[in-house]
Unconditional design. Sequence first.
Length: 135
Amino acid sequence: RSTQGVSSAASDVYKRQLLGREDFEAAYEIYSQHIEEDRSLRFDAGMEKELGEKLIRGGQDESAARVLEHHVETHPAEQIEAETYFNLGYLHYRAGHVDKSRKYFSLFVELEPNETRRDRASAILSAIDARRDSA
């Protein structure tokens, strides 16, 4: 079976679970099983973004980071929204992964067209650097 075929079928399952019953935990379990079998499997970009955001809102930071990092690893840069990098920066900051947090916030600053949001992320980057310097 082809990766594309699995990806399409798997995305349909997730979309039904996410958009139908809002069962993001079950969707994540199925998602995890698929990426454990094949790390190169590419899913619908919107589905991964939505699943990651629902996991963040549900307080499941580690799972959200896994989904969003897989999204970044398997999609071309032009298909990744700046907000995905912000969310990854935020998740890694909360987890104490300073280097990863800095990496993703920096990518967000590069790509975000909104000056206010860029400035906010730049302030977070400054705080990360200050935290690193004092460690």
